[in-house]
Design a protein around this ligand. Structure first.
Ligand code: SAM
Length: 297
């Protein structure tokens, strides 16, 4: 079942339903069938696959997904759009359309037996939060093929020493292997957008590249390392983690890290080591605080 709409058909459907694409929900609908086919080809979908589509919109990718996959679970936030999509797929049992904010999805209760594939032309305003959410729940999926803004992709694939190397680069490098498969101009969307996109394929990494003792530590301490990008790492530890400069300096010396480096110049293993040290110090501070609280009582 091909639910792809040409520009004319899409505009007509929007008009009939009195819908104006909502910028605040990142509604730029794909109107190029060749791009649709290309993107889906990267996901190598078979009838054995369960696919989750994030933001199906009016179904540019969805119909083809239903044809290829065993089951499709589509999550769309906009009620009006979700209602139209439900009508378009009425009577088809291999798809479930959920009117929901993807960021509020309760992954643990989804109950799919096998790991799923993630597909989506992501709403650009929340592309990064969606990607972080996917990483958090990476035990549930085996591949993601997503269209994202080019600048987000650049930050994901940036290497240590490049100016875009930051939080996204570190977590993706540690937890996934990913590649840019295709570049997509803004002219293949309605409304057209200035933003260039790429299709990116992401595979959760099964091999551990760098030993991370506790992944929770990464989520709690990495952001602080990359907030103050203009400051050197000594000042970052001082400002972001409220560690006095003398202690910060001795930590960096112990880890053999040059204190004048900026965060983006750190190597991946150095980032992890610093995050782990910060976690250790904060844990000690917490213990000291509770024991002195006990003394006061
Ligand atoms: N997949 C369709 C296409 O390619 O034409 C639509 C893509 S459009 C870029 C993004 C879609 O995500 C829109 O339909 C929008 O309503 C939906 N959306 C926006 N925020 C969302 C969220 N938090 N959760 C789920 N869907 C969302």
């Amino acid at each position: 079942m091909d639910t792809f709409l040409t520009l004319k058909q899409l505009q007509e459907l929007l008009r009939q339903n009195n819908i104006f694409p909502r910028k605040e929900l990142g509604q730029n609908f794909l109107i190029d069938r060749n791009i649709r086919d290309k993107i889906l080809s990267f996901a190598e979908i078979t009838k054995d696959d369960i696919c989750m589509e994030i933001g199906p919109g009016l179904g540019a990718l969805t119909g083809s997904l239903v044809e290829k996959a065993g089951f499709v679970y589509a999550v769309e936030k906009d009620k009006k759009i979700a209602d139209i999509l439900k009508k378009r797929f009425a009577g088809i049992s291999s798809i479930r359309i959920e009117e929901k904010d993807f960021l509020e999805l309760d992954w643990d209760s989804l109950g799919f037996k096998n790991k799923i594939k993630i597909i989506g032309n992501l709403p650009y305003y929340i592309a990064s939060p969606i990607l972080f959410e996917l990483l958090k729940f990476r035990q549930y999926w085996k591949m993601a093929v997503v269209m994202i803004p080019e600048d987000v992709a650049t930050r994901i694939v940036a290497k240590s020493g490049e100016k875009n190397f930051g939080l996204l680069s570190v977590v993706f490098a540690l937890l996934t292997s990913c590649s840019v498969c295709h570049r997509i101009p803004g002219s293949v969307f309605y409304p057209e957008t200035e933003i260039k996109s790429v299709a990116m394929k992401i595979l959760p990494e099964s091999k551990i590249k760098i030993q991370v003792k506790n992944h929770k530590i990464l989520w709690s301490f990495l952001p602080g390392l990359f907030i103050q990008r203009r400051k050197n790492i000594l000042n970052v530890l001082n400002k972001s983690f409220r560690i006095d400069k003398k202690t910060a300096l001795s930590i960096l010396e112990k880890l053999q890290i040059e204190p004048t480096l900026r965060s983006h110049q750190l190597k991946l293993d150095e980032v992890v080591k610093i995050a782990e040290q910060m976690a250790k110090i904060k844990e000690i501070e917490k213990c000291n605080l509770t024991s002195s609280e006990k003394k006061v009582k």
